[in-house]
Design a protein around this ligand. Sequence first.
Ligand code: ADP
Length: 750
Amino acid sequence: MQSFGFIELLAIAQTVVYLLVAVLALWRQKAQPHQALYALVSVLWLAAQLALIQGWLPFLLDDFTARLPLYGLLLLAVTLLWFARAYLSVQEGSWGWRLIGLAWIATLLLVDSNLVAVPEEMWFRGGLMLPRDNFIVGGIVLGWCFFTGAATLMTLLVYRRTRQPLQRNRIRYLAAVLFLVFTGEAVFLFAYWSLGSLLHLSGVLVGAYATLNARLPSFRRAVLRSLSYLITSGLALLFYLAALMLSYATLRATGEANLWLVGLVLAAALAVFFTPLLGQAQKWLDRLIAGVSHDPALILRQYSQTISNILDLGLLAKVVTELIGQALDIPRSYLFAVSHEKDSEGHNSYRLSEVMDEGGDEPKDIILAEASTLCDYLHHQRGPLTQSEIDSSPRFAEITPDERGWLLDLQMELFVPIHSKDEWIGLLALGPKNSGEPFWDDDQSLLASLADQTAVALENARLVESLVRLNNDFRRAIAALDQANRNLERLDRTKTEFISVASHELRTPLTLINGYSQVLMEEPSLAGNANYAKMISGIHSGAQRLQEVLESMLDMAKIDTRELQLNLQTVHMGELIESLRAEFDTALQERNQKFETVDLASLRSIQADREALRKVFYHLLVNAIKYTPDGGKIAVSGRAVLPSKDTLIESGVEIIVSDTGIGIDPSLHDVIFTKFYQTSDLALHSSGKTKFKGAGSGLGLAIAKGIVDAHFGRIWVESEGYDETRCPGSQFHVFLPLRHPEKTRPKAAI
Ligand code: ADP
């Protein structure tokens, strides 16, 4: 056994690296056996080299031992073909390749080992001879060329067939592996062992990097970066070398005494110049080799400045897709707004609808169920997702046909979700780049940052859009209400016109009936007959009641059409109520009701239309008598109202008509003042106007309010509620100003 030299140490170091690669390849969640096997065969190959150098296998023939590394090479070539097929996902189908390879090696071994009797000179004809040894070495080299060529050819074919940029990038890595490994092995064949095995090792390392990394950076860029790294390292080496030589020369010139000084000067020079110089060199190199690439910080700043003020969703989508398109050279992209929905069964889902300024060939909406893998990834993982990942990752194998169809229609290459806090609000879908290059990691992280910047603008634009939609809904509702109002007004006018025409038309025949019934009542021949007298008095009182109703209808029509003319004069409320009381004497007696007036005499006179106010209190008193059971009490009281600046009340009088009647539900306190409103069922009305709960037209309070309003007064009711057994009573308040404001305010409402 020989002692350990440089080659042996190198071989051991390489073995350690190969073993590490094998362990890593097997240890990974998705184990890569082909990668591990290739590394292990490489170890065998190294072992064969060591065995040859160290003479570990003395029992074997020298010739055979010398050929062991060559056998190793052949085995490597066969294994590499297998590795390449697995890497390219070429369907294995059969064990054909491997069997051919193993049979090839086995045949050569058989011939080599003399197990089958083969003559030393295998072929001899016309002066040409093929020795057995040459046959074996030739067989090995031929096999190596064959399998190596097969792997190269297959890689080339698959590369030409592949359109996917990311996939093509992956294959470029394999091409690099093949190149390094084959060059290494070829160099090895020409007996440059160390260089060959190192090249081989670097090929295996590139292969391991490519198989163990799901996301590979651009191969072109990786090569350029390594090149730039190599050059800068070379530069640094030169720099140090120059410094060393300089110091050596200086020391020789100045003598050892200045050792510290020279060291100090050189160290200072290195510290001051070296780093910036190297940095500058690195920059030049980057620019020279890799070309000018985009500046993410600048793009981000410009992007957020441009979109921050856009509040229109369509415009935002247009600007966002344009800016991203310019920055990354992408001709086609979409912005989707994502809205949370619940389907009919209550399951959460997300609707993705494309936001575009104007119509065109915009993609369809899609609804993603929350449970779907696609939704789960975009919503919860939040990171960018490539179409090739969807196509190749087993995780997305089960996406629904709908989702697959939608993705197929879109023809996009990258999807970047947009989140605002915990909510998923949008999706950027980006088509292939003009250059045909895939989206690299740095592109993806730039796009993820751009998506973050878009979130606020998108949320604002969506809020504004929903506000605008709400506003439009409101406008539509207001327009509809307006229309309904106009219709109601028209209806009301028609009603008033009808009341006015009908009461005018009925007035003449009614006057005739009234007049003739009066004549008939006074006719002595008929008055003697009790039967006739009763009938005639019935006709007369009916006609009079009708007359009153007609009068009320006419009053109402006048109020509605604002034709009510006030004949203003001095009115004393005490006198007015006294005169009305005389009118109700009979009714009060019939109903056994008490009537009293309180503090009316002391009230100041007011300026008002006496006849009109008479009507107001007539209706109030009729109601008080009508809605108070027999034996009840009706009171009319008055009080002076003093002006107040706080409540803007003018001085006037307030008359309160109270009864001990059935009362009024508080919810109806306003509505009873509208015309034709009656709380009780019409069919239950008893006939006479002062009978308990007797008939009424439903106009009394509306007329009273119309007249009080015309006087710039106020009328309202107070009552605990409606209760026919307890009879809580009601109090009708009428406030009238002392002076009619028309005299003091020229622009009065009436
Ligand atoms: P009506 O001709 O039916 O009396 P009004 O306009 O005078 O019409 O009154 C409207 C409604 O207000 C009445 O139908 C009645 O239900 C209620 N009402 C008016 N005055 C009183 C009162 N003093 N006590 C109880 N209810 C009253």
